[in-house]
Structure formats: C-alpha cells, structure tokens
Design a protein around this ligand. Structure first.
Ligand code: FMN
Length: 366
C-alpha cells in the first residue's frame, strides 16, 4: 500500500478521531446466553480482537425490554448490562480501538414468546411476517399492537436512557439502528405506518419519530457522539420499498443533515434494484444521498477493499464499513494494508456456537 491510500487516512467524525476509514459494521452474533442479557467475557474478547478497525460498531443492542426481537442478544437498559459493556469497551480501548453502541428496537419483527405473551409494539397493527428466533425455535412475527402516544413517548425516553448508559459504559458514541424492517423503517413506510396522528400520514409526520429519537439521544450526550444507520433500498419481510420511499428518505436525510451528527451510515442493498421503486439507488445509496447531506457519510454493503477505496476516492463517502468480512478477518485492516487474502466465515456459526466461529478466527500469517 501507499501512504497516500485513502483507506488508511485518519478522519475526525463528530467528537471522535479515527486512525483510518475502515469501520466494522454492526453484527448480531447472539452470544449473550444469560437471562439478564449482560454481555459476557467472550464478547469482550471478540471485540478486542477487532480493535484495529478505525471504529467498531457493536452488534444491535436493545435499548429496552420492549425492543427485544431475538434471543441471546444483549441489552443496555440497566446498570448490570452497562457494567458488562464496560468490560467490552475497556478491552477495546486497551487494545487501542474505539467502539460505538448500536441501539436497535425490533418493532413488529418480534414475537409474544419474547414478551411474556404480550404482542410486540409497532406504529400500526400491520404484520411483517418475519421469522423470529424464540425459545421455541423460529416463529413468524404476528400482527403487532399499535403504539399509543404514551408508548411512543416512553420509547423515545428509552433510547435517551440507553444513550446515557452507553456513555457510562465507556462507549465512544451511539448509533441509532434505522435499517431493514425494524421500528424506525416501520414508522417511515406508509404501508406499515397507518397512523392518523402526528406520527403518520405525511412524509413529515412519518419522519417525526426518528427525528425525535435522534433529538433525545443528542440531548442525552451530544450530536458529535451520535450516528444514524439507514437502508432506504433494503426491505424485510412484508416491508419493502415503495414509490414513497425515496421522497421520504430524501426529506429525512435533509433534516438529519441539520443535526450535526458524527455520521450518517447508508447500507446499500445486495439485490438488483432495476425495476424496483428505488431503482435510482442503483448507482450507490451513498452517492445518491451525498448531495443532500452536509456531513460525514459512511458507506456500507457488499464492499471490497477495491470498491471501498474507489468510493472514498470518488468522494461518495468519507468512511466505509464492512460487516460479514469482519467475521473471519479480525485483522481486516492489516489484511487490506498488506494485500493479504481474506478468510471465509462459516455461516452456521453466525448466530450460535459460543467461541467457535466467533473468537477462533486467527489473524493472517505474514
Ligand atoms: C451476522 C450478521 C448480523 C448482522 N446484524 C446486524 C445488526 O445487529 N445491526 C445492523 O445494523 N446490521 C446488522 N447486519 C448488517 C451489517 O451491519 C451490514 O449492514 C451488512 O452485512 C452489509 O455489509 P457487508 O456486505 O459488508 O456484510 C448484520 C449482518 C450480518 C452478516
């Protein structure tokens, strides 16, 4: 590599300095097998191994009990969980890294068996029909219960509280999970959000929830410590892009641009977009939204070292994030730096297996 390689140039995002542009994207790995959903030592080791990333995004973390939509995924809504995360952030910092907590609420993508028999909460009573990992195995998500205004207010407060706990736990920042078919995209999508109050109907109303959540997270810490991840072109179950998707996200991105966040992360779909309502994203989601956003953009989705570098050089993004490549390549930065081959991950161990397929991928031999 050349010292001028843009992938290895430092960058400041919000209040945080990164030594390179290579980010580890959030990945649920379902290793938190305890009833309190407190992160365990194995997770600290997993993140420590990946500390050479410019920035690590944690797996999606529940900001409340109501947010839960899968088993063995950790939380950040009480002191015990914050203490567990402190062990993770300490390990990453001791190894010279930086880590943000990703806060995610599953909305309709959940099941009563994860909520003591209660229906999951979502903007409206419209079912995603998505498989959910429950104690009884995979089950289809039911029609959820429509949130009341009190539910919405409490949920926004939960994100703020989780942000305070993230700060207390030593994270360097927080990312709002706004991708695929979970709570935030459900509010944005007019087929899932059938509300007639100020959170539904017009584009402005559908975008209100995510903007209020961001405001609450900023208030709880600071804008320079908050990021947002969106995936306008990616669906989940019955929630798929519509003709209103692009105008909705264009409005949202312009509003978010005023907030001075640490960054906006945009997940580009793997699918061929030709003939879909979001065909205009085919040239790249980051490139499409770049002119609408005044701030740091992080591109994500199917990137390779070469395509990531090209994207940075073209100015479509300032940072690039890698999900799946980080599973089997804890030293992804070094492999890129020295043009070393990438290891392939075992998909059977993505969401189970304890240490196997999790902390047992070795750094490359040089
Ligand atoms: C095993 C696995 C778990 C994931 N879990 C999350 C998650 O918790 N939160 C999230 O925002 N994205 C999650 N993703 C998506 C990745 O962050 C990323 O957006 C996606 O994999 C595309 O990037 P890639 O092509 O580099 O893998 C997950 C991906 C994988 C492979």
């Amino acid at each position: 590599m050349h010292s001028s390689d843009i992938l290895f140039q430092p960058i400041k995002i919000g209040d945080v300095e990164l030594p390179n542009r290579i980010v580890m994207a959030s990945m649920s790995r379902a290793r938190t097998e305890n009833p309190g959903l407190v992160p365990i030592a194995l997770q600290a080791e997993y993140y420590r191994q990946r500390a050479s990333a410019g920035l690590i995004m944690s797996e999606g973390i529940w900001p409340s009990e109501e947010a839960i939509g899968a088993m063995h995924v950790p939380g950040l809504f009480n002191e015990a969980q914050a203490e567990g995360w402190k062990r993770v952030t300490d390990a990453v910092h001791a190894a010279g890294g930086r880590i943000f907590a990703q806060l995610g609420h599953c909305g309709a993508a959940s099941h009563p068996d994860l909520h003591g028999g209660r229906l999951p909460l979502a903007p409206s009573a419209v079912g995603l029909e998505q498989p959910v990992f429950t104690p009884g195995g995979f089950q289809t998500s039911p029609v959820p219960q429509a949130m009341t205004l009190d539910d919405i207010e409490r949920t926004i407060a939960d994100y703020a509280q989780a942000t305070r706990l993230a700060r207390q736990a030593g994270f360097d920042g927080v990312e709002l999970h706004g991708i695929v078919g979970y709570l935030i995209p459900e509010f944005l999508n007019e087929t899932f959000n059938r509300r007639t109050d100020r959170y539904g109907g017009s584009i402005e109303n559908r975008a209100r929830f995510v903007l209020e959540v961001l405001d609450a997270m900023i208030e709880a810490w600071s804008a320079g410590r908050v990021g947002l991840k969106l995936s306008p072109g990616v669906g989940l179950g019955k929630l798929q892009p519509t003709a209103q998707t692009l105008p909705t996200y264009e409005y949202l991105v312009k509003q978010v641009s005023k907030l001075g966040l640490a960054y906006l992360q945009l997940y580009h779909p793997a699918a061929d977009l030709r003939g879909t309502p979001v065909e205009a994203l085919a040239g790249g989601t980051a490139a499409y939204f770049r002119p609408l956003y005044d701030g740091v953009i992080m591109a994500n989705g199917g990137l390779t070292q070469a395509s990531a570098r090209a994207m940075l050089e073209a100015g479509h993004a300032d940072l690039v994030s890698f999900g799946a490549p980080y599973i089997a390549n804890p030293d992804l930065v070094e492999r890129f730096r020295h043009d070393l081959p990438l290891a392939q991950a075992d998909q059977d161990t993505y969401y189970q297996g304890g240490a196997r397929g999790y902390t047992d991928y070795a750094p490359a031999q040089r």
